[in-house]
Design a protein around this ligand. Structure first.
Ligand code: F6P
Length: 365
């Protein structure tokens, strides 16, 4: 197909590498596909609903490779099929704007819409594909919890940030003989905690996939103390759960609008539980959105660039309804249909976990 005009949107939580993808799509469409026009859709699907767009050119995308965030803006609460808004009386009302998106898509005369996002955004993309829109998905999330791809871009940068934080906690923890807890993101999967925990020399790593037993954690801390190392570093994923317990969540207006529980607080919960049981000082750090911001590391710049360029090629070949994916060392296409609603958890006995346990890291089991 002769590509004439393509659209790009970024949806869900931001991460590093989004701008590398936007730049790669824009440059490939213009350089390789004879000056195809590139339309940036602002603020995820909200831009499709409320017609907020901008023109993307080589000049506009010139300096964004190293820039964190997304120049298009994003949103994790704008599902056009069930758009939640506050009514005047403060209640939440839901609207179906999907027909409006389809009308706007046709009016924009797009040959393809590149939907860059995590499971929620890609699921919406798939719903529009089923309704006849030519969609190509591009996998993004710091959580690395998408099926069908070895890695999502943004993940390795988040691991780097969390690993750097661990390095800093190591020195202060050792100086004060304290138990230092670092809570990281990842929703209901433990990829960030596991990789950054190994990279940062954690003594305990707690992930959602393996409910932890507090006694096992305490045993590890006591063993270290008895061996002459009263300081310990615990890496805990925000979605980690104690055996027989539930994930710790926070109330917030944003979470109400998203219609999902907002994870967070397990680090402080754990600190309180440990303080009651052992006579050591315990401190907790919650890394939060720092993991999502800043400059992408080289891995994410390269992956984002590859995925963006490959996505344009897939569009020119009319391979719609697919997500571009990394199947090391190559890129490939994975049907969006096969991904809908799936989240990739850390397999309980994968080599990474075996590796962690074989070097003495406690997984709390
Ligand atoms: O999915 C990415 C992510 O950063 C999760 O790790 C985290 O639970 C969530 O988004 C936070 O969302 P928000 O930006 O709405 O606080």
């Amino acid at each position: 197909m002769k590509l004439q005009r393509v659209g790009i949107l970024t949806g869900g939580g931001d991460c590093t590498g989004l701008n590398a993808v936007i730049r790669a799509i824009t440059r490939t469409a213009i350089i390789k596909y004879d000056n195809a026009a590139v339309v940036g859709i602002e603020d995820a699907f909200e831009g499709m609903i409320f017609d907020r767009t901008c023109e993307l050119t080589i000049r506009r995308t010139r300096d964004i490779l190293t820039l964190g965030g997304t120049i298009l803006g994003t949103s994790n609460k704008g599902d056009p099929f069930a758009f939640r808004e506050y009514a005047a009386d403060g209640s939440i009302v839901t609207h179906d704007y999907s027909d409006k998106v389809i009308r706007n898509f046709k009016r924009m005369l797009l040959d393809c819409l590149f939907v860059i996002g995590g499971d929620g955004t890609l699921k919406i993309g798939y719903e529009f594909y089923k309704r006849g829109l030519p969609i190509i998905g591009i996998p993004k999330t710091i959580d690395n919890d998408l099926e069908g791809t070895d890695y999502t871009f943004g993940f390795q940068s988040a691991v780097q940030v969390a690993g750097d934080a661990m390095d800093r906690l190591q020195t202060t923890g050792r100086s004060h003989d304290r138990v230092m807890i670092l809570e990281v993101m990842g929703r209901n999967s433990g990829w960030i905690a596991l990789e950054a925990g190994i990279a940062g020399g954690a003594h305990v790593i707690l992930i959602p996939e393996i409910p932890y037993n507090l006694d096992r954690v305490l045993e590890k801390l006591k063993r270290r103390e008895a061996g002459g190392s009263p300081y310990s570093i615990i890496m805990v994923a925000e979605g980690a759960v104690e055996e027989g317990g539930a994930a710790i969540t926070r109330e917030s207006a944003a979470a109400r609008l998203q219609g999902v529980a907002q994870l967070g607080g397990v680090g402080y919960y754990l600190a309180d539980r440990i303080k009651k049981e052992i006579d050591l000082e315990v401190r907790c750090t919650v890394l939060g959105h720092i993991q999502r911001g800043g400059t992408p590391i080289a891995f994410d710049r390269v992956l984002g660039t590859r995925l963006g360029a490959f996505a344009v090629q897939a569009a020119a070949e009319e391979k719609f309804g697919n997500m571009v994916a990394l199947k090391t060392p190559d890129l490939s296409l994975v049907p969006l249909k096969s991904l809908a609603g799936k989240v990739r958890a850390v397999p309980q006995d994968c080599q990474l976990i075996q590796c962690a346990e074989s070097i003495g890291i406690s997984l709390g089991r």
